[in-house]
Ligand binder design. Structure first.
Ligand SMILES: Cc1ncc(COP(=O)(O)O)c(C=O)c1O
Length: 471
């Protein structure tokens, strides 16, 4: 039987139910659980009672049958048959025990590592008192988090609106801009990604909007990234409510904004009466060495969106930081956006702790240090394969590795998986691998990551060039 923490009984059964190695629990359940050696692990007991499969194959078949056939098969075909079981720090373990260094981090959700002990402790303590709360009422945890976000946010931010995920937060941001400007049009970047809810998906690439007839060409226009002339053309009609920009477009493979580009977009917004929305769902929370990446570009956004890593991966929550000038609807009709789980109190506690850890000076310095270490190491690897490893896009720990093949990053992803590293290709530019180490990674783990990366990049070069391997 395969349970949430069990695949093979027998040699992997450890006294006390825990294997040697990184702390955090057993990847494998003891077959005698409840009759001896694994008694006492509530975590294990709960999972096994609720989740049990005959084997990994059985689990994958049922995943296709009952969950998502397309996604399940895609990963098997891609050579990444990963079913995540144990997770701790920057490691994840497949149900068969394979250890992977996580440099995907779900887009930064696990910036502070999986199950960061301080965040777990804060949420565990909060669960003795809070639940999600009632979204209609003022709340202790929500108010404390709002105050913390305003005080650490860009200048001029005055109010916070909460959602339960990034897409919802983007919808809130766009609605806020429409209310403030009394305009309907939204401009974004071609190949941008802002989520899959109604307005967010229309602001993103057509890859995700047209399938559900959710594109809205009359209201949403897309301009090429790093093209100020195209942006001016899009906003000059003075009918645009907002320009929404990922500070570094993640799903497009982290192309870096040209010097002055984002400041230029902001100037155009000011000139033509549109608001500037900074989507910092992937670039915020110290990933670039500053709490909010947009501050490095001298841009003060009217609205800033954060999500993913804001609650340390322990509870879904997202937040929209809004300037006083744009926040009018909150006074006019405070019930105008409602979300039962938006700003759930347990999520607020997780986010308060996450923000407190992230803002520690030593965390900021370490991000600067390991960014340099990884940048230098990657440059050395690139020098070994100059015709294959075509470029490194880097701002702190936001990194895109570019390969000279239309699906180069898929070859590298597969070889990295075999080498014990999980990193994902960029959906909207599969030449580029998203490489997103965590902000608390140790220099020793960075060295290990670089060794494994070098090995995988070399093998992937052979695969891509020989035409034998498949991405
Ligand atoms: C830049 C950006 N914005 C918004 C979103 C949407 O977030 P969520 O998946 O939580 O809805 C994502 C998700 O990957 C993202 O990368």
């Amino acid at each position: 039987m395969l349970a949430a923490r069990r695949l093979r009984p027998g040699p992997q059964c450890y006294p006390g139910g825990r294997p040697p190695g990184p702390p955090g629990g057993a990847a494998v359940l003891c077959p005698k659980r409840g009759r001896g050696c694994c008694v006492g692990s509530a975590e294990v007991t709960v999972a096994e009672e609720l989740i049990a499969f005959a084997s990994k194959g059985d689990m994958l078949a049922k995943s296709k049958e009952f969950w998502n056939p397309g996604k399940t098969q895609f990963w098997v075909d891609s050579g990444v048959p990963l079913v995540i079981d144990r997770r701790e720090g920057y490691f994840i373990y497949d149900v068969e025990g394979k250890r992977l260094i996580d440099t995907h981090l779900n887009g930064g959700t696990y910036n502070l590592g999986h199950r960061n002990p301080e965040v777990v402790a804060a949420v565990t303590a909060a669960m003795q008192h809070f639940d999600i709360g009632n979204h209609h009422f003022p709340s202790l945890a929500r108010t404390a988090l709002s105050e913390a976000l305003v005080s650490t946010g860009p200048p001029g931010i005055a109010k916070v609106v909460f959602g339960s995920g990034g897409g919802e937060a983007i919808d809130i941001a766009l609605k806020t801009a429409r209310h403030a400007t009394k305009r309907r049009k939204i401009v974004s970047v071609a190949k941008a990604y802002h989520g899959h809810t109604g307005l967010a998906v229309a602001a993103g690439d057509e890859r995700f909007s047209t399938l559900f007839l959710a594109d809205r060409p009359d209201e949403f226009s897309h301009v090429p990234f790093n093209d100020l002339a195209a942006m001016e053309q899009a906003v000059r009609g003075k009918d645009v409510a907002a320009v929404i920009m990922e500070t570094i477009p993640a799903t497009y493979g982290f192309p870096l904004p040209a010097p002055g580009y984002l400041a230029g977009v902001k100037q155009l917004c000011e000139r033509h009466g549109a608001l500037y929305i900074a989507d910092e769902v992937q670039t915020g929370l110290m990933r670039t060495g500053e709490l909010w990446a947009i501050s490095k570009h001298g841009v003060v956004p009217d609205i800033l969106v954060t999500g993913k890593g804001i609650s340390g991966g322990m509870y879904p929550i997202s937040a929209v930081l809004v300037s006083e000038a744009a926040a009018g609807w909150l006074s006019e009709d405070g019930f105008a956006h409602m979300s039962t789980f938006g700003g759930a109190e347990l999520g607020c506690v997780a986010a308060l702790k996450t923000l407190e850890i992230t803002c520690r000076p030593e965390v900021r310095s370490m991000v600067h240090y390991i960014s340099g270490l990884l940048g230098a190491g990657l440059a050395q690897i690139r020098a070994l394969y100059p015709d294959w490893f075509a470029g490194i896009r880097q701002d702190g720990l936001v990194m895109g590795l570019e390969f000279d093949h239309p699906r180069g990053a898929q070859f590298v992803m597969r070889r990295l998986y075999e080498a014990g590293v999980w990193a994902i290709f960029s959906t909207l530019d599969p030449r580029v691998l998203q490489y997103k180490p965590g902000v608390l990674m140790t220099p020793a783990l960075c060295d290990e990551l670089l060794d494994r990366t070098e090995q995988a990049i070399g093998l992937a070069a052979r695969d891509a060039r020989s035409g034998r391997g498949r991405p």
